[in-house]
Design a protein around this ligand. Structure first.
Ligand code: F6P
Length: 319
């Protein structure tokens, strides 16, 4: 292995820059050349790459976003597009790629490996929804952001004795919502992993009111329902003023917190080591604080993340 590439793909996550830095600095210390690919698989297909040196990643450890840019490029599912991208890599004599992103990016990395571009993927997404790792890069920063937002909502919903609904990202994974709800002391939690009806939620809220609760915060994962409509429904049924807040892309920005910086640096370095050792089609993870790797195919097809039911049980006791 003499030359490698690195790209970030899918939704950005705080810590992606730290991961790129980890890749670049490790590669250079192993006397490899490194190329940065702009805008994920789109840039790979359009042959937009640039050689990086140690100064390309100066002052990047603490910066949110990804300086290489990222994209959701659904055309990469097309064989023809992927083979053009693979040829661009081969023409430049790049021996392997480090792909930083979520499970969509893993699929791309697996497909590229199949057509002769050895890839190692690193989990970078705020959703913490990737199998084969306890945590993904960006999750802890987003969690901090969500909890700070909930703290602010608590102030105002307490002043006005209102019910506040806060919609949290996570796609189809409730990890971010559940952890934020515990840390933010939310009274009610709605997650994709658990059965939910608005009628049952109202019964729970009413029981809270009967206990003497003057205000409440409901944390809910995105894509479960229209939270504005839910707010109107709760207000009508409980006769309590109810407001909905969609945190949105605020959750994706900001300087990475310490844990994400460390995780990203370790994963970046480890991915390069794996390429040097001749591994391909693998994804990096952290399990019980140790770096691990798995087959991407296995992570995508067979490995499931387990829902933290015990966390939810604890959370409910604290309502
Ligand atoms: O995967 C990260 C994420 O922020 C999800 O939580 C969310 O559903 C999605 O990306 C939003 O995607 P986009 O930035 O393309 O709107």
């Amino acid at each position: 292995v003499k030359k490698i590439g690195v790209l970030t793909s899918g939704g950005d996550a705080p810590g992606m820059n730290a991961a790129i830095r980890g890749v670049v600095r490790t590669a250079l210390s192993e006397k490899l050349e490194v190329f940065g690919v702009y805008d994920g698989y789109l840039g790979l297909y359009e042959n937009r790459m640039k050689q990086l040196d140690r100064y390309s990643v100066s002052d990047m450890i603490n910066k949110g976003g990804t300086f290489l840019g990222s994209a959701r490029f659904s055309d990469f599912y097309k064989k023809k597009i992927r083979s053009i991208a693979a040829n661009n890599v081969k023409k430049r004599k790049i021996d392997g790629l480090v792909v930083i992103g979520g499970d969509g990016s893993y699929i791309g990395a697996q497909k590229l490996t199949e057509i002769g571009v050895p890839c190692i993927s690193i989990p970078g997404t705020i959703d913490n929804d990737v199998a084969g790792t306890d945590y993904t890069i960006g999750y802890f920063t987003a969690l901090q952001t969500v909890v700070e937002a909930i703290d602010r909502l608590r102030d105002t919903s307490s002043s006005h004795q209102r019910i506040s609904i806060v919609e949290v990202m996570g796609r189809y994974c409730g990890d971010l919502t559940l952890a934020a709800a515990i840390a933010g002391g939310c009274e009610f939690i709605v997650l994709p992993e658990i059965h939910y009806t608005k009628e049952e939620l109202v019964i729970e809220i009413e029981a809270g009111i009967a206990k003497g609760k003057k205000h409440a915060i409901v944390a809910i994962t995105e894509y479960i329902c229209d939270v504005e409509k839910l707010a109107r429904y709760i207000q009508k049924k409980t006769n309590r003023e109810t407001r909905a807040t969609i945190l949105g892309h605020i959750q994706r920005g900001g300087a990475p917190v310490v844990y994400d910086r460390i995780l990203a640096s370790r994963m970046g370095a480890y991915a390069v080591e794996l390429l040097i050792q001749g591994h391909q089609g693998k994804c990096v993870g952290v399990q019980n604080e140790k770096m691990v790797f798995n087959d991407i195919t296995n992570a995508l097809k067979n490995m499931k993340r387990t829902f933290k039911r015990d966390w939810l049980i604890t959370a409910k006791k604290l309502y």
